[in-house]
Structures are given as C-alpha cells and as structure tokens.
Design a protein around this ligand. Structure first.
Ligand SMILES: Nc1ncnc2c1ncn2[C@@H]1O[C@H](COP(=O)(O)OP(=O)(O)OP(=O)(O)O)[C@@H](O)[C@H]1O
Length: 360
C-alpha cells in the first residue's frame, strides 16, 4: 500500500519576532503533517502561537526557520544558513489552493454579498451570466441562496461567516484554514457553521485546519487534534486518542470544557452517598470507548460477581462514530468480589479510576 502524502507538511518551524527590546519565539520547532481530507484542530489558549503557525502554511507569516511543503511543493525551505522561498508568481498560484476564514469575517461592507464572493476571482474574465451562476452555486453550497444582493450589514453573524466561506471557496481551494471562525458566534450558530464545514469536507474533499480555543468546536468535527502551548505542540493524536487518553494536564483541561464530566463529578461528590461512603464500597469512574460500551457492564457486575452498581452519573458521546462513555458509580459487594469485578472490568478495556475508598 502506498503511503498517503501529506497535503500540508510543516518541518521544524520556528517563528521569532524581533522587537526593539526582546525577541518573541512565537513558534518553536514545530513539525506537523496534515493529510488530504483531514479536519485538523489546533487548540490552545490565546498567545500559544496557533495563528502564527498556521499563517506559515501560505507564507502569510514567513518562518524564521523550517520547511513548508504544500502538496509536495516547497514554499519555504531552510538549508544550512540559507533560506529559500518560492517565487512570488508561483506563491500566488499556491495560495489560491488555500482559503482562509476569520473570526471577524473580514467582508467588504460597501459591497454586496455577490461582490464579496466574487472578489477573489475578479481577475477572471467571466460573462455576466457566468458570474451569476458562480455566485449562485457558491451561495447555494453555503445555504445562503437569494441573499446575493444583500449587504453584510443586513446579515447575521452566522450568515456573514457563510459569505466568508463562499468567498474562500471561490478560487476552489484544496485547503481551508479557519482561524477562530466561530469564536464570535453563539453556540447554535457555531454548530451550524461547523456542520457546514463538515459538509464541505465530505462533499468537496476539502482539508480543513481549524484553529480554536474551544475544544467543543474541535470535538464536533475534527478527526485530529494538536494542542499548542507556548509555541510548541505539546500533544497530538486522533480525536479519539486525545479524548480517551490525554497525556498532558492542559489537554485534560481543554477536554473538561467540552464534556459534562467535570460538572457531573462536582455535583456527585457533594451527594450524601459519597460523603458517607463506607468500606468496602468504592466510588469509581469507568471510562470506555468503542466496543466496550455495548457490553452490559453493570448487569454482568451483579450476575458474575454479586456486585451492585449505584450509577450516579452517566455520559455517552459519539466521537467520530465511536461511542465514548463515562460512568460514575458506587460499587458495593464483598471485598473479594469487588476486586474480582474490577479486574474483570479492566480486561474489557474499561478504564477504572477509584475516586473514593480502596480495594482490600
Ligand atoms: N507580528 C507580531 N509581532 C510581534 N509579536 C507577535 C506578532 N504576532 C504574534 N506575536 C506574538 O506571538 C505569540 C503567539 O501569537 P499568536 O497570535 O500566534 O497566538 P494564538 O495562539 O493564535 O493566539 P490568539 O488566538 O490570541 O491569536 C504571542 O506572544 C504574540 O504576542
């Protein structure tokens, strides 16, 4: 089987901003491969270096060091003490393959929706009917047919972002970079824009790089995630890997913002059943992904081990078509039965954390 070539390859990227008194290392030795058709979420707090990193993809930001390779073409290449950048004419061609959308939409307010959408291809000699067809086709795609003659001020935030997406698609890019594109929108509108991005990913095969500080947005549509902190990628993996086995505290913090678990745990911990927990009972968190979810876990605990489970909180989410579940429960039974039950659960690929009490 031939290996799939990345559509975006960043190799050892450094970006340093030299200021009067100090230099700021915004990106430090970051390498990243993004495959065609990925929706790659890049998550981090403000100032982590996400925008700076992603702007190197189309050389809006030149890297201080490192290589940028798009579809096998080097846009920037650093060899020993030598930097090479692609010629500007070729760069213009390459940039057409990379669309961008932003938090504040960046529409031209004095122009209509149609004029905004057609702006990137205004150099093309299109007849009036061709222009109309192109606008209709793009607005149809983003769910904004019939608003061609409106002005941005007459549109809602979500509609403005749809126009920005249509504009980004006008030059038929293979890659779309979304820089906090949903951060200014309410949750419902955010979701509708994310679903639109997902649709474009599926229908057009568009590769999407999604920069955000909202893990919730990434969780909805991304298949891969990189977490950035202080100019570095500190953790990366598939959506499922990151959500089920995060390695870094920052990643866990981000995940907590996108699940109900933290809130559930806080509420459950204040319940009297937990406060008055008596040995040998234990309070556990059971986490599972994929096949384990289907197993009648609770039933088998009683049937096979005579252990009863008092479930205080449960949450199941579907991440990339895989069920990922968490249960908070008090398990009661004899010492030896509890130990046997826990061992059996672990064998079924269920992660067990004892939150209160202990096994004998
Ligand atoms: N043009 C610039 N000149 C000097 N410093 C800059 C410049 N652009 C970014 N920085 C600095 O680089 C660091 C990373 O900024 P960047 O905007 O990439 O972070 P971010 O993760 O995208 O955060 P945000 O969401 O706030 O944009 C910050 O310390 C920022 O102040």
């Amino acid at each position: 089987m031939t290996e799939i070539q990345p559509i975006i390859r960043l190799e050892n990227i450094d970006v340093t901003f030299e200021q009067k008194k100090q230099s700021v290392k915004a990106v430090k030795n970051v390498s990243l491969d993004i495959l065609p058709g990925d929706i790659y979420g890049i998550v981090g707090y403000s100032g982590a270096g996400k925008s700076t990193l992603v702007r190197t993809i189309n050389l809006l930001q030149k890297p201080t060091h490192g290589n940028v390779v798009i579809n096998g073409t080097y846009l920037a290449k650093t060899t020993d003490n030598k930097e090479n950048y692609i010629a500007s004419k070729e760069l213009r061609q390459q940039r057409k393959k990379i669309g961008m959308i932003f938090q504040h939409f960046n529409l031209m307010n004095e122009r209509t929706v149609a004029e905004n959408v057609l702006f990137p291809i205004s150099h093309l000699k299109l007849s009036k009917s061709q222009r109309k067809d192109k606008v209709n086709e793009l607005l149809e795609l983003v769910g904004l047919a019939n608003r061609a003659n409106a002005y941005p001020s007459q549109l809602s935030g979500g509609q403005k972002q749809r126009v920005a997406i249509a504009r980004a698609l006008a030059s038929e890019p293979e890659i779309l970079i979304s820089d906090e594109a949903t951060s200014a929108l309410d949750p419902k509108t955010t979701n509708s824009i994310l679903q639109l991005l997902k649709k474009l990913n599926i229908e057009l095969g568009l590769t999407i790089v999604l920069i955000t500080h909202e893990m919730q947005a990434v969780k909805e549509i991304a298949n891969k995630i990189a977490v950035m902190e202080d100019g570095e990628i500190i953790e990366r993996g598939s959506l499922l890997e990151i959500f089920t086995a995060p390695q870094k505290q920052l990643t866990r913090d981000f995940i907590d913002t996108a699940t109900n678990l933290e809130d559930g745990l806080r509420k459950v911990k204040s319940q009297t059943a937990i406060k008055n927990l008596q040995a040998p009972d234990i309070f556990v968190q059971l986490s599972y992904a994929g096949a384990s979810t289907d197993q009648p876990l609770i039933t088998s605990l009683f049937k096979d081990f005579n252990v009863t489970a008092n479930v205080l909180f449960g949450n199941v989410e579907i991440l990339q078509e895989t069920p990922v579940g968490t249960l908070l429960a008090i398990l009661s039974g004899k010492d030896t039965d509890l130990t046997a039950a826990i061992n059996s659960i672990k064998k079924q690929n269920v992660k067990v954390e004892i939150l209160k009490g202990e096994l004998a």
